[in-house]
Design a protein around this ligand. Structure first.
Ligand SMILES: *Cc1c(COP(=O)(O)O)cnc(C)c1O
Length: 377
């Protein structure tokens, strides 16, 4: 008897929660080393993950080297030094800031803090895939609102998707992968009409690159008391993607709730000193901006010459339309050691997203693209 019931219990398996069946694996840009190994190439250019092509500030390297002696100690769970620096720079209080293991951790924390099963999260499409991950993790419903045919936000359509079950509205500006942004007046329009039970996750990961006069990074709305959580990251302009550090800005009350679900040591010690050092190097920051705006012009000028249409971008990447050959061109570029991002993951099979690189990297991409996009005989 014992043996038999044991056998029967063996046939059952511990079941993973149903909701995780909805989670699609994140598809990262192919790492440089992987393509090098695959193709035996020594020189590979990665223009696929919107990283800073200059790398991190030299001050970051010095700060990390100096801190290595202390890596046997736990990191500061309160990320105090960094929050003080950020608060001074952003004109917030340190209590309005939460430092996280990349912006990605903030997205998960927001989902864990606010979503009950059956709640709804509104996302615009196409956009960053991690919002959906957070919703599915919590058994919430994802409601998708399309951008218009030029990938602009339509505030009325977004508001039209709000129901009594809506908990979170995700807005990414400049938006990844389109590079388009939500003008300040449109955010104002949305915030003034949003019911009180909805919180906005305003993803400003690319805010530093935005130059439009009517761009907002969301902070002024927090100051005015609107229920926004602004996401920021050190992975893009600050060049620290490999260290995993980002932060959120919101009211002190919202930050207290988010802190309840956060693991105390998710932000490691080297990431904390690196972020502090990165904030101090204004020169590297300015140089990074300059390289980006020149590189963006270089790329867009070349796309025009090639007769390729692309979306005007406020960011450090460009969404380019390559037509039905897009996937083929993407694969050909890969064979030549140039990694860009294929649009298929966003349901944009005729597009690729190209991150702005250094002048030399952009030039090499343009050369190859010129050869590939020529009509074949
Ligand atoms: C890169 C990115 C983030 C944050 O990335 P982390 O590396 O986790 O800090 C957040 N949102 C968007 C849209 C991004 O592209």
């Amino acid at each position: 008897m014992i043996a038999r019931s044991f056998m029967m219990s063996m046939e059952k398996k511990p079941l993973a929660r149903k909701t995780i069946q909805n989670i699609n694996p994140y598809i990262p840009g192919k790492p440089i080393w992987e393509l090098q190994e695959e193709l035996g190439l020594s020189e590979v250019i990665k223009l696929a993950s919107n990283e800073n092509p200059l790398g991190a500030s030299p001050r970051v390297r010095d700060a990390i080297t100096a801190s290595v002696a202390n890596i046997h100690r736990y990191p500061d769970a309160g990320t105090w030094a960094l929050r003080q620096k950020l608060a001074a720079q952003l004109a917030t209080t340190p209590e309005q800031l939460i430092v996280t293991n990349g912006g990605d951790e903030l997205i998960t924390l927001v989902a864990e803090t606010f979503l009950e099963p059956g709640d709804e999260m509104i996302i615009v499409s196409p956009s960053f895939s991690e919002y959906e991950f957070g919703a599915h993790l919590m058994g919430a419903q994802v409601i998708t609102v399309p951008l218009d045919n030029q990938f602009r936000f339509n505030p009325a359509t977004i508001l039209g998707a709000v129901t009594a079950h809506t908990k979170i509205l995700c807005l990414c500006s400049p938006n990844n992968p389109t590079g388009t942004y939500l003008p300040k007046s449109d955010l104002q329009y949305i915030m003034d009409r949003l019911p009180k039970h909805v919180i906005v996750l305003f993803d400003a990961a690319y805010s530093h690159y935005a130059t439009a006069a009517d761009y907002t990074n969301g902070l002024e709305f927090i100051r005015e008391g609107y229920p926004l959580i602004v996401l920021q990251t050190f992975s893009k302009i600050y060049g620290l993607a490999g260290l995993r550090i980002g932060y959120g800005v919101a009211s002190e009350e919202l930050i207290r709730s988010l802190l309840k679900v956060k693991e105390p040591f998710s932000v490691n010690a080297l990431a904390q000193v690196a972020a502090c050092a990165a904030l101090e190097d204004q020169e590297h920051f300015q140089l990074s901006l300059q390289v980006n705006s020149q590189g963006r012009d270089q790329l867009c000028h070349a796309f025009e010459e090639l007769g390729l249409s692309f979306i005007k971008t406020m960011s450090n990447f460009v969404l380019v339309e390559l037509g039905s050959q897009a996937k083929d061109i993407y694969e050909q570029l890969m064979k030549q050691g140039i990694i860009v991002r294929y649009g298929g993951t966003w349901n944009l099979p005729h597009h690729v997203r190209i991150s702005v690189g250094t002048k030399a990297e952009n030039a090499r991409l343009i050369d190859h693209l010129t050869n590939l996009s020529r009509p074949r005989a």
